[in-house]
Design a protein. Structure first.
Length: 238
């Protein structure tokens, strides 16, 4: 009987160590961030972040219990290794992002598989580049509490023309490249849809920007699937 009690106590301790190991990487990240001279808020979704941490703790405890682990050090290492195993397995299934702007139209159905047995007698001429439209400006406005973001300008061929940092979200004007036809915004790992630019020379466009952190951002950070915050970006052209 005494031996059984010791065994149960040892197993309970190992289960606790497994649970602690599951949240240890995030606890270290939080400690390092907030003990630095210039701490930055990790997330504005602390509830979802904590839910992810509790999930890892539960899995760490469950694995230690299922394997009847009694060695505290091994139980701790099992818990610590779970987030890394989860991230590697999940990130392998994430497709590579496209280098084109977000709203680039996909090819029409069937075009990738189409072919012809006889070459066309008349080749279609390549599309001519869009005319240069000089002197345009794009004024960004929005909540001063919006995080800084980057505006990227694209040409008609979806190639990047230039990019500029918007460090004053309340109001900042940016010169538009002469050959640009659309623009998109980027904050951290999030990118907005792309928006058409005016074709009138020396015109001033105003873009009202709204940026809010996604509800799932805290959870994705908690499980390690996102290095930074994920945002919802909306733009209203005036």
């Amino acid at each position: 009987m005494p031996q059984t009690g010791v065994t149960n106590m040892t197993n309970k301790s190992a289960i606790f160590f497994g649970a602690f190991g599951g949240v240890a990487p995030n606890l270290v990240r939080v400690f390092v961030n907030y003990s630095s001279p210039n701490p930055q808020p990790i997330t504005t979704q602390p509830v979802f972040y904590c839910v992810a941490m509790v999930g890892f703790a539960a899995v760490g405890a469950l694995v230690a219990w299922a394997f009847k682990e009694k060695n505290l050090k091994r139980a701790l290492f099992i818990g610590v290794g779970l987030p890394a195993m989860f991230q590697v397995g999940t990130l392998q299934s994430v497709p590579a992002s496209s280098p084109l702007p977000p709203s680039s139209a996909p090819p029409m159905a069937g075009t990738e598989l189409s072919f012809s047995l006889v070459s066309s007698a008349y080749a279609q001429p390549p599309p001519s580049p869009s005319a240069s439209v000089p002197g345009r400006k794009l004024n960004f406005t929005g909540d001063p509490k919006n995080p800084p973001y980057t505006v990227a300008f694209y040409g008609p061929d979806n190639k990047l023309q230039s990019s500029h940092a918007v460090t004053n979200p309340a109001s900042q004007s940016v010169d538009v490249p002469d050959a640009a036809t659309k623009f998109a915004l980027q904050v951290g790992e999030s990118t907005s849809s792309s928006y058409e630019l005016t074709k009138t020379a020396s015109a001033m466009m105003t873009a009202e920007v709204k940026i809010s952190e996604k509800a799932s951002s805290g959870f994705l950070q908690g499980v390690g699937l996102a290095k930074g915050k994920n945002y919802e970006i909306t733009v209203r052209i005036q």
